[in-house]
Design a protein around this ligand. Structure first.
Ligand SMILES: [Zn+2]
Ligand SMILES: [Zn+2]
Length: 254
């Protein structure tokens, strides 16, 4: 439970650390229609959802206690959705969560070693290689990431280097909406409306993250995670990303 109206206390208890539940948790209702899904909205509808998230993050950013925004969506009960009505969520947190920090640290290490953005490098290499590309649009690229964690894991990256989603223009939100709608409809077709998790990865609020590049990650929930994942952080994925990308690429929607 987090709330905005709390003092940000950081306490030690012996060797343990505690931080007060300061934060914001907001829900964006995606459509007035109860049975609607994000994939079923038209480009304008998805743009409005993205723009609402962007506007809320812009507003909450003025609160200096917040260090990280987490913009995410659970679709389907198997992906953890507690509300049936289609919605997206925004968390503003006083800490950078470990999973996000790990990705940020990886991007920083790449930048320090090569003086290039890791994600710009991924875009260049995957475009040239082509085997894991799902969809190309002028401003966005959708791909199945190398060593995907689950069958049909999909990333969407803006081609232009940009650190934070919440600084995207209306035009960029529109382009993302086009890509996202197309990708979600392909996943719906390929996996028969799977439950999925979606997260928009954006840089921590602190200034020094120019090496980071915002992007969207979508994980269809078609495999169960068990003790091995818990014990090791390894994910068992029976579907090669090259096969998933090929399958999604050749689907015709209509
Ligand atoms: Zn970049
Ligand atoms: Zn990421």
């Amino acid at each position: 439970m987090i709330r905005v109206e709390t003092v940000l206390d950081r306490l030690g208890e012996g060797l343990f650390d505690k931080v007060a539940g300061v934060g914001a948790h907001e829900v964006v209702v995606e459509s007035p229609r109860h049975e609607e899904t994000l994939a079923g909205l038209d480009d304008d509808g998805i743009t409005r959802v993205l723009w609402a998230l962007r506007e809320r993050a812009q507003d909450l950013r003025r609160d200096v206690r917040f260090r990280q925004f987490v913009l995410f969506k659970n679709h389907g009960a198997a992906a953890g959705a507690a509300l049936a009505h289609s919605h997206t969520q925004l968390l503003a947190l006083p800490v950078v969560p470990r999973e996000i920090q790990a990705e940020v640290d990886g991007a920083r290490a790449h930048y320090l070693a090569k003086e290039r953005c890791l994600f710009c490098d991924i875009i260049r290499q995957e475009e040239e290689d082509g085997r894991r590309v799902i969809l190309r649009m002028p401003d966005m690229l959708a791909l199945a990431p190398f060593a995907s964690r689950s069958p049909f894991e999909t990333w969407i990256l803006p081609r232009r280097h940009a650190v934070r989603f919440e600084d995207a223009s209306l035009e960029e939100c529109r382009r993302l909406a086009q890509m996202l709608g197309d990708v979600l409809r392909r996943l719906d077709r390929a996996l028969e409306q799977p439950p999925y998790s979606l997260v928009i990865h954006t840089a921590p609020v602190a200034d020094d993250h120019d090496f980071y590049h915002w992007h969207v990650e979508i994980l269809p929930r078609v495999t169960r995670t068990g003790s091995l994942e818990w014990a090791t952080g390894f994910h068992m994925n029976p579907t090669r990303p090259e096969d998933a990308a090929h399958f999604l690429r050749q689907l015709t929607l209509g």
